[in-house]
Design a protein around this ligand. Structure first.
Ligand code: MG
Length: 346
């Protein structure tokens, strides 16, 4: 059969990648050993498992920043994820890193995001005694929740990239939430920033919160005056600044980053978004309503675990853990509907 041996052929092609790229053949492996696919490399298989999972489909109906906006052109978690994936693949390919690994991490990085964006995350973090972080939940989704609790059994490199993609509020490249172990994971982390800073500007303009002319200081002159110019400037800068990742420049430690000037401009844009968009959004009535919904669902199901769907009623986990798994997996609309159904039980 012709298709037998195609994976090995692809693995051989990976030998021409940068010496700093991860080769699928040398993966640290899966949680449970499995027969390899005859056609796809381990990372291509992981990417496909993520695309076909239920949590990935639900990203379509999860808020990024704007809660349940009426316009069809606002970013959702799904379109954000696809933008991150595309930006990350461009950078990985330019630096001769493993594009398949990069794509798998990018597509999986936000699977654990709650409904209502970071507001949902904050509320669950307050309520659940062990704390809640979307990146840890993304890993939980792929390890424990998908496939009726069997998990997707992904490779170590994809799981590491998913767990350690998150930034801190204080620092755009902050590693307070973990250090990623591969250059491909670093590419996804930076691509996440490039994607959200730019699409959040676009959405804020769309919502009439800001105008293009409000962008701070020297950022338009340095980064460009349109969405595509800004992304292009950042991506090209990352490629130039991270060139040691290709293994073609001697003596430099390979790492993914931005030049100081572009990094500073990106930081300014992010701060501007916090002041003019993110903080404002979280003061509004729709944010208060989102907090109410998540809080009520948490209290309700913590006391009535018989109301949990069967796939969250599994033995062996404490009830709060299962309630957090259930709520964090909800889309915005589903959370609203469940809230309407259960609030009569107060
Ligand atoms: Mg993201």
């Amino acid at each position: 059969m012709i298709h037998q041996g195609i994976r090995e052929w692809q693995e051989e092609r990976e030998e021409s990648l940068s010496p700093h790229a991860v080769r699928s053949r040398l993966s640290r492996g899966r949680l449970k050993a499995e027969e390899p696919c005859p056609v796809r490399t381990a990372f291509q298989r992981d990417r496909d498992r993520i695309i076909h999972c239920k949590a990935f489909r639900r990203l379509k109906h999860k808020t990024q920043v704007f809660i349940a906006p009426l316009g069809d052109h606002y970013v959702t978690r799904l379109t954000h994820t696809l933008e991150v994936s595309q930006i990350a693949r461009t950078i990985a390919r330019a630096l001769n890193l493993n594009e398949d690994l990069t794509e798998a991490i990018a597509l999986g990085h936000d699977l654990g995001h709650t409904p209502f964006g970071h507001i949902g995350e904050e509320v669950l973090d307050e309520l659940y005694p062990q704390g809640f972080r979307h990146n840890e939940q993304s890993l939980r989704a792929v390890d424990h929740l998908e496939r009726e609790g069997a998990g997707l059994n992904l490779t170590w490199e994809v799981r590491d990239g998913i767990l350690n993609h998150a930034k801190t509020r204080a620092d755009i490249f902050g590693e307070g939430w973990g250090t990623v172990g591969t250059l491909e994971g670093q590419v996804c982390k930076i691509a996440d920033i490039v994607a959200y800073v730019n699409h959040d500007i676009g959405d804020a303009i769309r919502a009439g919160l800001i105008a293009e002319a409000d962008l701070p200081g020297s950022t338009p002159a340095l980064l460009g005056r349109s969405h595509s110019e800004r992304i292009n400037t950042m991506v090209c800068d990352i490629i130039d600044h991270s060139w040691a990742a290709t293994g073609r420049s001697q003596g430099q430690e390979p790492a993914i980053g931005m030049s100081p000037r572009v990094l500073e401009a990106t930081r300014q844009l992010r701060e501007f978004l916090f002041h003019r968009v993110y903080n404002l959004r979280s003061d509004q009535e729709e944010a208060a309503e989102a907090r109410r919904v998540v809080r009520h669902l948490y209290e309700h199901f913590s006391h009535r675990e018989d109301g949990l769907p069967e796939e969250y009623a599994r033995q062996g986990e404490e009830v709060e853990r299962r309630v957090v798994d259930y709520i964090s997996g909800m889309t915005d609309g589903y959370a609203q509907r469940r809230y309407e159904e259960v609030r009569v039980f107060r």
